[in-house]
Design a protein around this ligand. Structure first.
Ligand code: ADP
Ligand code: ZN
Length: 757
């Protein structure tokens, strides 16, 4: 007996065992090797889900297979795959590699990255059902046996044989003109076999209707566009992974360049992915692609699980030429991907703010380079990251400096809110009031931007523009309504909120509490005859409301549209003759090194909503800091001027794009415990850095801008380095075996390349 069954340790040493590498979302590391039982050898492929035992858990858990291989079982306790959950892989080899890269770069469990890549609707087979088909069994070939059957059963069977393909019993009963009875009998007697297939129901509801207000024809390209297109097609034909930054002013016709580049891709039987900010997924954008290509898949957040699954299958089948969608569309399972386009590449929505905290631009870059296809980034206001890439030769710059039809850029007028004579009791200055009135009188439309986002309420003097700031960090203090405290969110410096301006003693300091709702009341009182619509995340909660407001605006039923940054992007309405920015400083005094960049982008983008028709347009920007470089550059439509000054600022502290930043957020229920764990993580980081000899600056732990969220205390550690690898490796080492006791109830999150500080 001993001789025939080798002891387990000998078995372990045996070569040529079929092994599978498995990753999990519950376990941060891996992959872990499992043995593939002989019965499953031909069925398991990378990209499938399996069930396997893990650790001390009683029940097998779901994992993802990243590789199958022949090799030595590493140790005798190696366990077996318990079950294979998929009949086909949910992602191809290239996407599996992308998952592994993302897991490494963003330091997230690979299983969690798989779960992000493959929509839950796909994993759950949403919108499908099992259908049973019938086929004649070998027994049905025996004429004698068949002849002995009752007539109705014989007839039904002969119809099935004659059909030469599987039929449902429903279909068979129709063609054989019989009830289910004879068919059931045939099944029981073994004359027919069953074949169960999972099938997709075609979703009947598509919530978005393309508004057919416009006909899209291929435009004759302007010289700028033709030049840009030839650079993109050149990159396509080179068969190399290349990044192209298409820096085109607002209204320069970037979309037409994307479309014609994609036509080039489609001509060769390949497909393209176009990423757009979710908010720009308007019927207008959608319509432009749908009218120009035969087969388009538009992905958006309001799809039902069944629709999402249906689109995913369509894309994977290779029938779709163009996928248009928000950041997650970067994972679209396009089989012959030829091009990735990111429109408005500077947009903050491309960063995911839950784990894995990926940036779609970074992921698109990795995917494009691994497939040797071009990545086109389009924008009027390039991110500092992409701009820097053109300076260092990692990306090619394409410029489209003028608008289609040589329309002039709109004239931008700055209104200095410190000037007493221009100020009013409300949010709208005298010059802006006059301009709105005039525009309405001329039957023109008006857009007013008030970007009150987030929580930060700055404390600013309306008389002199002074912003109450931290003496140590120079960051604006945040007013906390409860307790009337002003707090620095970098170093925790706290004072009682001053009742008057510390600089000029003006008695009436403001807590920056103006929001769009209050503005709407003011606007309606000032312009009682105008039809006003408000667009912000409060009024846009219901699906379709965005589209409704925009169609009303397009049709001229709304005269004045006010809202948050939602209205700053992509809208193309020729009758908008005036854009007003209520407070350009709102984003400027935000405790974030990207504050100036955001301000420049926002003012430039919203300014770009006007001057798109023959009647021209103008922009009025209200500000307390008209001399600020970001506002100055935006008022002159001069991106390069802005970028140059901003790069010098970033260089001082090696902020991105000159260096890399990472953040670790630690949150817990008990403040002292949370802080203690943050401290111990800090010392681990310092040890890791010093053993690696890495050049990394570690700041904190400090309370982040949001100190308490959903009942949990938060602390954050900031890491900075000129070398992204040093940064990543330091964190990887420090957190590798970092365990937090369950009783402490503290979690931490790693955010590589955070976008909001
Ligand atoms: P951008 O995205 O650069 O702001 P769009 O792609 O929205 O600009 O184009 C602005 C407008 O110009 C759109 O209405 C578009 O249909 C139109 N347009 C684009 N290219 C041309 C062209 N070559 N000739 C005429 N009109 C064009
Ligand atoms: Zn401070």
């Amino acid at each position: 007996l001993f001789e025939t069954a080798p002891p387990p340790w000998e078995l372990a040493a045996q070569d040529d065992v079929a092994l599978a590498s498995i990753v999990f979302s519950e376990a941060p590391h891996g992959p872990y090797d499992y043995r593939i039982p002989d019965s499953m050898r031909d069925d398991l492929v990378a990209g499938m889900r399996v069930k396997v035992p893990l650790g001390r858990r009683k029940k097998p858990i779901i994992g993802w297979c990243t590789e199958t291989k022949q090799g030595k079982a590493a140790h005798r306790s190696m366990r077996d795959i318990a079950e294979i959950l998929d009949t086909e892989p949910l992602c191809d080899a290239a996407l599996v590699r992308l998952v592994l890269w993302m897991s490494h770069y963003y330091q997230a469990p690979a299983g969690q990255v798989f779960d992000t890549l493959i929509p839950s609707s796909v994993r759950a087979n949403a919108g499908t059902r099992e259908k049973t088909y019938l086929l004649p069994s070998p027994m049905a070939k025996d004429d004698e046996l068949v002849g002995s059957l009752p007539t109705k059963q014989q007839t039904a069977l002969r119809f099935l044989i004659a059909a030469g393909r599987p039929m449902t019993s429903q279909q068979l009963s129709v063609v054989a003109e019989c009830t289910q009875g004879p068919i059931t009998q045939l099944r029981k007697k073994g004359f027919v076999q069953e074949n169960v297939r999972r099938e997709m129901n075609t979703p009947t509801s598509t919530r978005w209707q393309v508004d057919d207000g416009e006909v899209e024809v291929a435009h004759t390209l302007t010289d700028d566009q033709a030049q840009a297109l030839s650079q993109v097609t050149g990159a396509l034909d080179s068969g190399k992974g290349r990044t192209l930054l298409l820096h085109g002013v607002t209204g320069s016709g970037k979309t037409e360049v994307y479309i014609q580049a994609i036509e080039h891709v489609v001509k060769f039987g390949r497909g393209a992915i176009v990423l757009v900010p979710e908010i720009s997924l308007t019927p207008q954008t959608r319509g432009r692609f749908e009218r120009r290509f035969q087969s388009v898949a538009v992905l958006h957040s309001q799809m039902t699980p069944a629709e999402r699954h249906f689109q995913w299958q369509r894309i994977r089948s290779g029938e779709v030429q163009v996928v248009v969608g928000p950041r997650s569309a970067v994972f679209a399972p396009m089989p012959h991907l030829g091009l990735i386009v990111i429109d408005e590449e500077h947009d903050g929505s491309f960063k995911q703010d839950t784990q894995p905290r990926y940036h779609a631009r970074r992921v698109a870059y990795a995917r494009a380079m691994s497939l040797n296809i071009p990545l086109v980034l389009g924008t009027a206001t390039p991110s500092m990251e992409s701009w820097h890439a053109t300076a260092t030769g990692r990306a090619e710059l394409i410029k489209m400096p003028s608008r289609v039809g040589n329309r002039p850029m709109p004239d931008v007028q700055l209104v200095d809110l410190r000037v007493r004579d221009d100020r009013t009791a409300g949010a709208i200055s005298r010059p802006l009031h006059t301009a709105v009135q005039q525009t309405l009188n001329e039957n023109g439309q008006v857009i007013l931007l008030l970007n009150r986002r987030g929580f930060a309420t700055t404390i600013q003097c309306p008389a002199c523009g002074y912003v109450v700031a931290c003496p140590d960090c120079d960051m604006p203090l945040t007013h906390h309504r409860d307790g009337g405290k002003a707090v620095c969110h970098y170093c925790d410096y706290t004072i009682a909120t001053p009742p008057w301006c510390p600089a000029c003693r003006f008695d009436g300091i403001r807590y920056g509490g103006l929001g769009t709702q209050k503005l709407e009341v003011e606007v309606k009182a000032r312009f009682p005859d105008a039809v006003v619509a408000r667009m912000d995340s409060d009024t846009m909660r219901r699906p379709g409301s965005h589209q409704k407001v925009l169609s009303a605006f397009r049709a001229g039923k709304v005269n004045l549209l006010l809202g948050t940054q939602m209205i700053a992007k992509g809208l193309d309405f020729p009758n908008v003759l005036l854009v007003g920015v209520i407070n350009a400083d709102g984003a400027l005094h935000f405790p974030d090194f990207r504050a100036a960049e955001r301000t420049f982008q926002l003012v430039t983008q919203v300014a770009g909503r006007t001057g798109r028709g023959d009647r021209g347009g103008r922009v009025i920007v209200q500000t307390y800091s008209p001399e600020h470089p970001a506002i100055q550059a935006a008022s002159r439509h001069d991106y390069e001027l802005f970028a140059k000054g901003e790069m010098i600022n970033r260089m001082k502290f090696n902020y991105p794009p000159l260096g890399s930043v990472a953040r670790i957020i630690i949150r817990g229920v008990i403040e002292e415990v949370t802080e203690a764990i943050a401290d111990s993580l800090l010392s681990r980081l310092e040890v890791a850095r010093d053993t690696l000899g890495a050049e990394v600056r570690i700041l904190g732990p400090a309370p982040p801008p949001i100190t308490k969220l959903r009942g949990k205390y938060r602390f954050h550690l900031l890491l900075q380095s000129v070398d992204a690898n040093h940064l990543g490796e330091t964190i990887r080492r420090a957190t590798k075996d970092f365990k937090i006791a369950d009783k402490d109830d503290v979690q931490y999150v790693i955010d590589i390349d955070p976008m909001d500080m």
